[in-house]
Design a protein around this ligand. Sequence first.
Ligand code: THU
Length: 142
Amino acid sequence: MSERVTQADLALLAFAREAKQKAYAPYSGFRVGAAVFAGGDIYVGVNVENAAYGSTICAERGAAMAAVAAGHTFFDAIAIVGDSESPTVPCGACRQFLAEFNPEMRVVIGGRSDTVEVMTLDALLPEAFVRGYLDEDDGGEE
Ligand code: THU
């Protein structure tokens, strides 16, 4: 499941760690930063909480939104750093959201300790529902 950690992974993780400082997490106190690598550039995001708790947006989706807004729909990798001691894994909703932009992207995760792990998104979300399934719809009435 785990991939070998490269220098590029660590460089991307540094952006996520830096971004984490800007997280807006007054309710949970759990800050998360994320950095997407797409088209040779890096796009960061942070978790942004809301008084209506369910309106909270995760850091991973924030970074993905920034990359798409810049014109990218294929991501090579995403790095995530959260406030947990061990590396912070992306939540289920973010796994699905990210699968849209490359089910095989590298996922680099870190936390408060020095431990870094790398895996592919499809290891975290096997058999993701992707647009190919929609293409199999023949448009017929049920
Ligand atoms: N959070 C993320 O930003 N990404 C994840 O993958 C896990 C959870 C945020 C959402 C919320 O602001 C806080 O962490 C606690 O759940």
